[in-house]
Write a protein that binds this ligand. Sequence first.
Ligand code: ZN
Length: 237
Amino acid sequence: MKIVLDAGHGLGTPGKRTPDGEPEWAFNNTVLLAAEAALAAFKDVRILRTDDPSGRRDVPLQERTDRANAWNADLFVSFHHNANTGAWGDWGGTETFTLDARRANPKSADLARILQPAIVRAMGLRDRGVKKRNLHVLRETHMPAVLIEGGFMDSRTDIRALRDPARLQAQGVAAASAIAAWFGLTKRQPDAAVPAGQPGKQFRLATGTFPDRRSADNAAAKLRQQFGWTVYVKEGN
Ligand SMILES: [Zn+2]
């Protein structure tokens, strides 16, 4: 099974960021990496990324779909996070897109119906359902294709899930499980589904101590801008 995983946009894509400046690609990438690691536990799976894994280049949509088609992929999955107005608001939720029924590969809708509830459970956000939309990556791919909007970057509720790497990783693992179920994939060996790393452990990176809030916020903004990391400022003694 040849699976294309695609993290939407790039680190520098204008507009595709939270009201605080965190780039959408970084959220999408965290989900993608977890999905990729989880899918590696299954037999006969090959993965192709159609975005730039460093995030530096926003690969044009045509290039993404051309590569997927040339590779003759069996599935195209694009990971995104939504925005409404770009200013903080009270909307929110998870949705999965396929092309409209007339033109979409019928298998896309089957997968979307499995994916959507799995992603909703993983993110713990409102279920906005499976939707149809005429999007380039859905229209121009010659294989079943879905696009997941994991949550809203400009939502006061959803942002807590988006800033929690464990939740984004859970989203990726949920996507992988749904894809595996849909393809009928079998594991390489029992219990091989645990992603690389030490189960149950997390490692955090602390970058510095600042005398005032403004300096800390400025440094955090720089790190988000340059590296696309999820960065937050914690007050303490
Ligand atoms: Zn997007």
